[in-house]
Design a protein around this ligand. Structure first.
Ligand code: ATP
Ligand code: MG
Length: 281
């Protein structure tokens, strides 16, 4: 075995082009030999990726994340959930009702646009506000969900985007003893619709929600969702007394796992990738 292998720049380029490095020769006798092979592989892969991009732009009509959002909307509609769309800009007071005040760790992750408003780091404050209004109706259950952008300043890039797409559903008015099973049932419906067969439930401690029921998936046990149920300590700030279950999934994480990827970059909102395809071709 020779010591000479791919340069870090070559590895980066091959990865962004989606080359499977595990099954690629990686030791060479001379740089010339290595660079020649690199150029051959790069050229071939660029051609392949250009064909995929053309296919997307001329035939597919929809990106994978859009298809996922549509499929999830369809399945949730069938389950009696109504899709809502609420503002991306939220107030400081709505965040404070989630206990996220200036001393809270999550507050450092919030993008403030002025002293009183920020980009929502989660859908929950707006969904809580709707729960307050829906609570005045006397029919039960009440089922609704939102799919939309959330924003957080994050340091770990491989599983986090500063802008990501959250799906958060809420079902109000279930019998207390049915909440746990229902939460799992709903989580499984979403995970399966997203093409995840290999997922598990875990109890986690959250600084906002207390103990959450998380869904983790894939060989690396990556969190794809966090669920909670009420009555919950946060409910008092909103004046909610009803029972509820709620769960929030990250769509880019679902996509990353269903595509067998270990990094979220290709699936997030950015100008370097579209539908997992590197655009510098
Ligand atoms: P993590 O601990 O992995 O940072 P979290 O527990 O802070 O996630 P939650 O607040 O529970 O995240 O959000 C619900 C879901 O939203 C997560 O399970 C994940 O799928 C997704 N999510 C949260 N933050 C991000 C992010 N920065 N980028 C992509 N997806 C995210
Ligand atoms: Mg979580």
């Amino acid at each position: 075995m020779n010591d000479l292998t791919w340069t870090p720049t070559q590895v980066r380029r091959l990865k962004e082009l989606g080359v499977d490095l595990e099954n690629l020769r990686a030791d060479f006798s001379t740089p010339v030999e290595r660079n020649k092979l690199f150029q051959q592989i790069e050229k071939k892969q660029v051609k392949k990726e250009k064909a995929r991009l053309k296919e997307l732009l001329t035939k597919a009509g929809k990106t994978k994340i859009e298809t996922l959002a549509d499929d999830l909307t369809c399945v949730l509609n069938q389950q009696g959930f109504v899709r809502v769309a609420t503002p991306i800009i939220i107030s400081k007071s709505a965040l404070a009702k989630m206990t996220i005040d200036e001393d809270h760790p999550l507050s450092r992750q919030v993008y403030w646009i002025n002293e009183k408003q920020c980009l929502r780091p989660m859908l929950a404050p707006n969904l809580y506000s709707l729960m307050v209004d829906f609570n005045r109706l006397n029919h039960r259950p009440i089922r609704f969900f939102e799919i939309g952008s959330c924003f957080r300043k994050e340091s770990d890039g491989s599983r986090h985007n500063s802008e990501f797409t959250m799906l958060n559903l809420v079902e109000m008015g279930l019998a207390k003893e049915k909440r746990h099973d229902r939460l799992k049932e709903l989580a499984a419906i979403i995970a399966k619709t997203a093409g995840l067969n290999d997922f598990r439930f875990e109890n986690e401690e959250s600084t906002v929600y207390g103990t959450t029921l998380d869904v983790v998936a894939g060989p690396a046990n990556i969190e794809v969702a966090s669920g909670a149920m009420g009555p919950h300590p946060l409910d008092a700030a909103w004046g909610i007394t009803d029972t509820w279950v709620g769960i929030g999934f990250g769509l880019e994480r679902l996509l990353m796992i269903s595509q067998g990827d270990t990094s979220i970059g290709k699936w997030g909102k950015n100008l370097s990738y579209l539908n997992g395809i590197r655009l510098s071709l």
